[in-house]
Design a protein around this ligand. Structure first.
Ligand SMILES: Cc1cc2nc3c(=O)[nH]c(=O)nc-3n(C[C@H](O)[C@H](O)[C@H](O)COP(=O)(O)O)c2cc1C
Length: 134
């Protein structure tokens, strides 16, 4: 099992319909590829964990990188893992509308999203927060 986390910036304002479109297509493709994970939108940024066979994760990530709805895609971490962590989710989704509304988690994730590079401690923090939000 292989797991990849990235962060990106919205390329433009994305509304509810845009989010639904992204998720609909993502879930469709992920089902076929045996990919699971979670997508979190916060303050104009996406955080996403994708997990599955390494080969399939790479194929899906290449498509995600080419998607013009977001930009400045930065890998937080990629690694082999023992087991699937998001098995229930072809792609779970959470939109943290603004930092005040959702409190600390949104604020901390928004701060992480300002970074261009990530160390192991950032990876651990982001991983924990992405698991936590629902
Ligand atoms: C933030 C974001 C997350 C996405 N996540 C996935 C995903 O998990 N799986 C996926 O197949 N496509 C995902 N996509 C959509 C792909 O970029 C692409 O539109 C989709 O795979 C359809 O590609 P195709 O029509 O070339 O097959 C995501 C797009 C964005 C902007």
């Amino acid at each position: 099992m292989y797991q990849l986390i990235y962060v990106s910036d919205f390329a433009k304002t994305l509304d509810e319909q845009d989010m639904q479109d992204i998720l609909f297509r993502a879930r469709q493709c992920n089902e076929d590829m045996g990919i699971s994970g979670k997508l979190v939108a916060v303050a104009g940024h996406f955080f996403q964990i994708i997990e599955g066979d390494e080969e399939h994760v790479s194929v899906v990530f290449e498509k995600i990188k080419r998607d013009r709805r977001h930009q400045n895609i930065r890998i937080v971490a990629s690694r082999n893992t023992n087991c699937r962590e998001f098995g229930d989710w072809r792609m779970g989704f959470s939109q943290l509308l603004d930092a005040q509304q959702k409190g600390d988690v949104a604020t901390i994730l928004t701060n992480f999203a300002q970074r261009e590079t990530f160390e192991s401690e950032h990876h651990q923090g982001i991983h924990m927060l992405l698991k936590q939000v629902c």
